[in-house]
Design a protein around this ligand. Sequence first.
Ligand code: ZN
Length: 188
Amino acid sequence: MKICNKCDAGNEVMHYRKICKACYRQEVLDYKKTVKGVVSVIYHNQINNTRKRGMEDVSYTQSELQDFLVDETNFMELYTAWVSSDYLKDLKPSVDRDDDYKSYSLDNIQVMTQEEHFAKSGLDRVEGFNLKASTPVYGIAQDGSVTEYFSIHEAARQTNSHYTNIWNVCMGNRKSAAKHKWRFKYEQ
Ligand SMILES: [Zn+2]
């Protein structure tokens, strides 16, 4: 029996890999946090979606999708914010179609955070019911008045601002957004 030499748990290696189950699981988790891993998950979800709904096939390959997202969209901006948030689910970059009646093509997709995606698809967290999954913030106006918003996305909607800008103010990377200072309600 071969013992995993990647960790010191003394586990047996999986018969088709050189590492143990635990190390393999960790490798998969690490991969899912890379740009390639995120794009791969997005791509395969799209393929599954088109099959489930009987839509036209996705009209690009995974690497074409990655090049497009990295070069032509704000994907990297969102990805970086997601990494520095320690992989907060709400901030994970996701891809949505502009026109829901058309299938996935490079001219019919846009990048947004997971939270924006949910908000757009009209799920209950738009109404503020799913508070646990959102990141509540305080907006401090120039006159000093403070407003609480149940999520960054809700704050962006109400103040005509952008999600990433508010997030960056909260993180201290930026002074203000939409003429407001922003603070997380809870320490992140
Ligand atoms: Zn191991």
